[in-house]
Design a protein around this ligand. Structure first.
Ligand SMILES: [Zn+2]
Length: 282
């Protein structure tokens, strides 16, 4: 999946008081696009600090290190133009290369939104400052502390014998290639979210809920996807809500031919469908 970048390493430890230097990577977002260049073999290259004009007036915030190379987020209003670089959609991270760099960019997007939305204290309205010791914004007036927002949600493989439930979102261009999914609500366990989302989206009752694995999803500005399996309990008639979900189908294992290949899948959803298709699901 996108986060499986070993032997590369994203060192997320926060370090204070750092300023960018010539060879450091810069990450700059404009909406859902980021500043980069496509090189030979279609690989993505990020600008370095030395590519930026001097006295540019933008603020640089230390993010993390990728394989020992420091990355900084470029914040502030206005257009950033760097010779030879343009803006590409962040969704490139799903299959472009190098994978470790694009995973770092999707994680940078999470922090970009956090910084952008927490310039002022939500309690008293004063300007916040970055804490010196950890990744946290602090209000110097009222003492409010603001950590990066992480929002857990579930992805559910609902199994019915030799079939798995695939859904299609109710939006243009959506394929029948999604699993039941939704955000955890307040006061809910992950397992309770699974039961509720399965019922809300498909009208089915889930049983034997089992945790599978998780995936950080920075492009929703704080997503943490928790993958679960469950089995249908009783009536297996699918009744989609028609609003969020347009279609739900029991897909037989032998009809999942495009997922039969043993390869690395970018997303938790596609990995789970593939695991079911290859009959190695437990
Ligand atoms: Zn405050």
């Amino acid at each position: 999946m996108i986060q499986d970048i070993y032997p590369h390493k994203l060192d997320i430890e926060y370090k204070s008081g750092l300023s960018p230097m010539a060879g450091d990577y810069l990450v700059r977002f404009e909406g859902m696009k980021f500043l980069c260049r496509r090189d030979e073999g279609d690989s993505v290259v990020l600008p370095q600090y030395s590519d930026l004009p001097e006295n540019n007036g933008f603020e640089s915030i230390y993010l993390f290190e990728l394989d020992g190379k420091r990355m900084f987020l470029l914040m502030g209003e206005g257009q950033v133009e760097v010779d030879g670089f343009g803006y590409e959609n962040i969704n490139l991270f799903r299959n472009a290369r190098p994978k470790e760099l694009l995973f770092a960019v999707s994680t940078a997007f999470h922090l970009h939104i956090w910084h952008r939305d927490n310039i002022y204290c939500g309690r008293c309205g004063s300007k916040t400052v970055h804490d010196e010791k950890e990744r946290m914004m602090r209000c110097p007036v009222c003492g409010n502390t603001i950590y990066p927002r992480i929002m857990p949600s579930v992805i559910v493989g609902v199994v019915n014998g030799d079939s798995i439930l695939l859904t299609r979102y109710n939006r243009p261009g959506s394929r029948l290639a999604a699993l039941v999914a939704g955000f955890c609500e307040i006061g809910e366990t992950g397992e309770e979210t699974v039961k509720r989302e399965v019922l809300e989206e498909t009208g089915l009752t889930g049983k034997n809920i089992r945790y599978f694995k998780s995936q950080p999803w920075g492009i929703t500005a704080g997503g943490l996807l928790l993958g679960y399996w469950c089995e249908v309990d009783g009536d297996d008639t699918i009744r989609v809500d028609g609003e969020e979900i347009a279609e739900g189908v029991w897909m037989k294992r032998e009809d999942l031919t495009e997922y039969m290949e043993e390869k690395e899948y970018a997303t938790l959803t596609s990995e789970m469908i593939s695991i079911f298709a290859r009959n190695i699901y437990r």
